[in-house]
Design a protein around this ligand. Structure first.
Ligand SMILES: [Zn+2]
Length: 95
């Protein structure tokens, strides 16, 4: 079982979404306010392909198909821990 929900991606080493070549993607400067906002959010970054000229945003983090299961697992864990704590508190300090 995996314990991580988000995985860092490395767009610099991944395939270009346009021409499919590997290792041609480089970071690009933000040109509009929207692009600057995206960059500032640290969720995605701007990239440019030096091979075909493609320019766009790529996410820096991704989730895989087990992420939701992990998320659900953490949720159940938190709920049960909260329940146990509330029961212990009731038993010891409740009237
Ligand atoms: Zn390309």
């Amino acid at each position: 079982m995996q314990l991580r929900i988000f995985f860092k991606t490395y767009p610099e080493t991944s395939k270009c979404p346009s021409c499919g070549k590997i290792g041609t993607i480089r970071r690009s400067r933000a040109k509009t306010i929207f692009e600057s906002a995206v960059k500032a959010s640290r969720i995605a970054n701007l990239y440019k392909c030096k091979e075909c000229g493609w320019r766009g945003m790529l996410k820096k983090y991704m989730m895989n198909k087990y992420s939701l299961i992990t998320l659900a697992f953490y949720f159940v864990l938190i709920i049960s821990v909260a329940y146990v704590i509330s029961q212990v508190l009731k038993r010891n300090f409740g009237s």
